[in-house]
Design a protein around this ligand. Structure first.
Ligand code: ATP
Ligand code: MG
Length: 415
């Protein structure tokens, strides 16, 4: 039996490659406009990094990681997200000792053992950005603005921006206790995962995907009503900066980010029309992550944006992804002499940046023409004995059928 791709993984096929290139190019462009530089980190890390950096009460660490021992007996985990590896590199390369903030972006595969469905894969891809080293809400607003602008440029401006605050080490303990008191009478009805979260991280229960738990949480107290003065002011600042930029948002107290290291600002961009996997981008502030994984006490803020979900939203919106690069010229030939001439000419044209091709299956002229059509070539040239001798070529426009005589030396200009 033929071997198939693993469940939850997908091939990017050649006919779709231009879509990926388009979003990747635009992603790099906008990040550079906002002053972010690229960082690339390995596909696997020590498991410990994610246990500490993502947090051992999260879905990711509790049930979604691809973890194995390598032949040297080390516990290795395939990167389930991009923030903790970027933070690890920031610490390891002493970037924290340079002038702050450090603004980085990435484009990375992520691996999570999840139940595959539309918009939910086991290997997926994320665009992300991080701003390390500032407590100012200017950074939070800048990151949100980048996400907002990017989604608009990609033609999916109808996504909603939901923002909230998850508090800080000062105000969260008070809220946590209030929430525990609220949930305690129904403790036995919680799912097993949430039971284990009850002591260590009860806020995560609000984010549980089980409907029963969601129902229990319906009238739960909300963090946003328990914020300390500083966190309240910070949320007001973010909102004001967003207003300054004309960015529309909805304050949504139910936003609970899935990762333990988040503090203060939390946000999501939620798309319409791709069902339950509508969240295309999620992020926020993580003031204790860098310290948690062994670095200095330095704050950070960032987001991750799912590339597959983005492309789904764009397809739904009828986006053309900048169109596919067309083949400009297809060379056909009759006879061996003409074939050699075509090989030389093709090589020359490509050297001058023309997208050109010929038939490497060596079909007859009719077959070559059919193939040129299939490839969507804009122009064709038929090379025979006469053309080889005279250097006078006939360029055929495949769309209009129009034919023009061109000297071989003039070919590049004519195209
Ligand atoms: P969800 O609640 O949908 O599981 P999450 O909170 O786990 O999302 P994050 O960890 O914030 O997601 O990841 C950021 C983005 O990456 C998401 O908004 C989504 O677009 C994308 N993403 C997350 N998990 C997957 C997946 N399994 N397959 C495809 N895209 C994903
Ligand atoms: Mg998830």
């Amino acid at each position: 039996m033929a071997i198939r791709a693993q469940k939850g993984t997908r091939d990017m096929l050649p006919q779709d490659a231009y879509k990926w290139h388009y979003v990747e190019d635009e992603w790099r462009k906008i990040c550079s406009e906002y002053g972010f530089k690229e960082i690339r980190t390995p596909e696997f890390e020590a498991t410990e990094l994610f246990n500490r950096g993502v947090g051992d009460t999260t879905d990711i660490v509790q049930k979604e990681m691809y973890t194995f021992n390598d032949l040297g007996g080390r516990s290795i985990t395939l990167k389930p997200e991009g923030t903790s590896p970027a933070a690890r590199a920031f610490i390891e390369s002493n970037l924290y000792a340079e002038t702050q903030p450090t603004k980085v972006f990435y484009n990375t595969p992520c691996f999570r053992y999840e139940k595959p469905q539309s918009g939910r894969l086991r290997e997926f891809h994320q665009f992300g950005i991080e701003n390390f080293g500032t407590h100012s809400m200017l950074a939070d607003a800048e990151i949100i603005a980048l996400g907002y602008d990017f989604l608009n440029r990609m033609g999916v401006g109808d996504v909603e921006l939901h923002i909230s605050s998850v508090g800080c080490r000062k105000c969260r303990p008070v809220y946590r206790k209030t929430l525990q008191d609220f949930l305690r009478p129904n403790y036995d009805c919680l799912c097993d995962t949430c039971k284990s979260r009850f002591e260590k991280n009860p806020m995560r229960i609000l984010d549980c995907k089980s409907q029963e738990d969601q129902d229990l949480c319906k009238d739960a107290p909300m963090m946003i009503d328990y914020l300390c003065d500083e966190c309240k002011q910070d949320l007001e600042d973010v909102k004001r900066y967003l207003d300054d930029m004309g960015i529309k948002y909805i304050v949504d107290p139910s936003i609970v980010r899935g990762l333990d290291y988040y503090t203060k600002t939390a946000f999501e961009f939620i798309g319409t029309g791709i069902g339950t996997q509508g969240t295309v981008c999620g992020g926020g502030r993580y003031d204790h992550l860098i310290e948690e994984i062994g670095g200095p006490d330095m704050p950070g803020v960032g987001f991750g944006l799912g590339k597959e979900r983005l492309i789904m939203l764009m397809e739904n919106a009828g986006e053309t992804f900048g169109g596919e690069d067309k083949l400009q010229l297809f060379l056909t030939w009759i006879g061996d002499e003409a074939k050699d001439y075509a090989v030389t000419l093709l090589h020359e044209l490509r050297g001058q940046g023309i997208r050109a091709d010929m038939d490497s299956r060596e079909r007859n002229l009719k077959g070559q023409m059919k193939y040129a059509n299939k490839l969507g070539a804009q122009y064709t040239v038929v090379i025979g004995e006469d053309e080889v001798k005279s250097g006078d070529l006939t360029l055929k426009n495949m769309e209009t059928g129009e034919q023009t005589k061109v000297r071989r030396e003039e070919l590049v200009n004519a195209l």
